[in-house]
Design a protein around this ligand. Structure first.
Ligand SMILES: [Zn+2]
Length: 135
């Protein structure tokens, strides 16, 4: 099994899809304030760590994308896995910036910096969350 984070939100002004993961997060495309917040970071961190603890890799064997929350996890999993497997840098922020900048975001270019920030926060949160006891 895997841990999904089912959440979608679109900007009331420009309809861009993004995640208002904190109170001060504004639309990454038009800058409008969000009308709600969703505590995405700790949930995403649990989902990412769950994969490693269950499968020995951050990339789950199967992943169904049913929401924006799941979509962002889907693009983050390989970045966390590649970071884990490489030895050239210990700076996750730098690694995430390079990895996400190399991706083709198509008409969702505005999501790139948004996802880079989310990935950095998820990484920090993963370091904070206690390790799950082996079952
Ligand atoms: Zn907007």
């Amino acid at each position: 099994m895997t841990l999904h984070v089912v959440y979608s939100y679109s900007c009331p002004q420009c309809e861009a899809h993004y995640i208002p993961y904190m109170a001060d997060v504004v639309c990454p495309r038009c800058g409008a304030a969000a009308t709600e917040t969703f505590d995405y970071i700790p949930k995403a961190a649990r989902s990412v760590r769950f994969n490693l603890e269950s499968y020995g890799t951050y990339i789950p064997p199967a992943w169904w994308v049913g929401s924006l929350g799941d979509h962002i996890l889907h693009v983050m999993f390989p970045v966390f896995e590649n970071f884990r497997l490489q030895t050239s840098t210990t700076d996750f922020s730098e690694f995430a910036l390079m990895s996400f900048s190399a991706m083709n975001w198509g008409d969702q270019q505005y999501l790139r910096d948004h996802v880079i920030r989310i990935a950095g926060l998820v990484y920090d949160e993963m370091q904070r969350q206690p390790k799950r006891d082996p079952e």
